[in-house]
Design a binder for this molecule. Structure first.
Ligand SMILES: [Zn+2]
Length: 52
């Protein structure tokens, strides 16, 4: 689980590695990863969803 997380960057319009990824819990108690595009620095989210 040490590999870089990937997310969709709206600025690059492509999947990019997510830098400084942190797991956060959103208001609806869903898990998400919050990080930055390693190419352009735009903030990106990845919804992890609820574990089944
Ligand atoms: Zn980007």
């Amino acid at each position: 689980m040490a590999a870089a997380e990937k997310g969709y960057c709206v600025k690059c319009k492509a999947k990019r590695d997510m830098g400084e990824a942190k797991q956060v819990t959103m208001k609806n108690k869903r898990l998400a990863l919050k990080g930055k595009c390693t190419k352009c620095g735009t903030g990106m989210y990845k919804i992890l969803g609820n574990k089944k």
